[in-house]
Design a protein around this ligand. Sequence first.
Ligand SMILES: Nc1ncnc2c1ncn2[C@@H]1O[C@H](COP(=O)(O)OP(=O)(O)OP(=O)(O)O)[C@@H](O)[C@H]1O
Ligand SMILES: [Mg+2]
Length: 414
Amino acid sequence: MFRSLRWRLTLWFVALSTVVYALAVVLGYFLFKGSLMSLLDEEVNSLVAEIEPAIVLVDSKPNLNQWAKDAKNVPFKWLPTIQLFDSQKRLLETHGPPGLEHLYGPEVREIDQPEPQHDVRLFSTPIRENKKLAGFLQIQLSMRSLDHAASQYMYTMGMLTPFLIVASGFAGYFFSGMAAKPLEESFDLLRRFMNDAGHELSTPISIIQANAEAMELDLPELDQSSPITNKLAIINRSTERMGRLVSDLMLLAKMESPQIKSRQTHIQLDVVAKSVLEEFDELFKNKGINLVHDDLSPIQLTGDSDAIKRLLTNLLQNAMRYTDKGGSVTVKVEPSGRFAKLSVADTGIGIPPESVPKIFDRFYRVDKSRSRAAGGVGLGLSIVRAIVDAHKGKIEVSSEVDKGTTFAIFLSRH
Ligand SMILES: Nc1ncnc2c1ncn2[C@@H]1O[C@H](COP(=O)(O)OP(=O)(O)OP(=O)(O)O)[C@@H](O)[C@H]1O
Ligand SMILES: [Mg+2]
């Protein structure tokens, strides 16, 4: 139980860390790209600040030839394309790598991808001479290196993902072990308490029962209608019920304890089932229910035969308890893949769908009054589940109200 809790916690830890990591990477990508972008803009602003005063007007047309000659030695981080246009937006000069050849807008700040396939950042500004338009300066910066840096970032982060998953798996396993430990300890304490209290209670219960039975025998002269006989019968019934409850709780504590390994040996499932069914034949006949068990395939498996007898007994008690006279109960043992399937199908009252997930809980009863009247306390199926868990098997329940219920137990054959 705690092993699976530990693994579940670890899986959650890994899944959550991966989601947080993925979100952080995506956020990091946008922040990284954003900061590269603003770096680029700063570069352009300083470029504009440098170029604008260097533009000279020759025949009222802007000219940068002199500056370009001087600028040859200036290293540009982002290799811009610098263009001059005349007032009619005709291209006059281009410096730097080739770029888009027409002017975008009279004044543009930061256009990304002005045309498909051209991933550039583009700026333009008008040039005036005495307030009269003389032309335009346009600067384009290729985004290729920026995109390359961003995709390199994503690639590196992607490459780190498997390492992160492995590392968070280890961390998760370690921390969930620490988190599960106090839980495990308190469960262990509860189990030990249940076992100890059970032992302490079973002695006085058997003393009460033995004395009540002796009193019944000692007072044979009392007639059946006497209130004392009646009270003794109540005491007997209640102590028997209490005794069963205590031994069921102790069995549950034992089955769920990881320290106590049940005695598993090679057993013949059909033979074990047959021995239990023979005990029930008479009981079912008395209740007028047809018990069918013709289909018991010989199957060998490793298991605790006493526990499996108890499992089948509990299922048969339920089938008998919750099936009315005239109904039938069919028990089968058959192979099912790598499992041995033991099924008990009745034509009884059925279980409402919303109750099915709860019937294995301790003390859960669908119809409390009917179950109590029939002597049930609601531990039978909890014991069944504990036995199946101890065998690493599984249980399937299918039920329909007023039609019947089938419990199928799958036990590993290896
Ligand atoms: N074959 C069945 N048909 C209809 N209802 C069932 C059947 N088996 C179990 N149930 C329902 O599931 C509840 C839980 O079953 P469980 O065996 O744990 O308790 P119980 O039979 O009431 O008491 P106990 O087995 O401890 O004497 C029952 O009270 C009953 O309502
Ligand atoms: Mg029961």
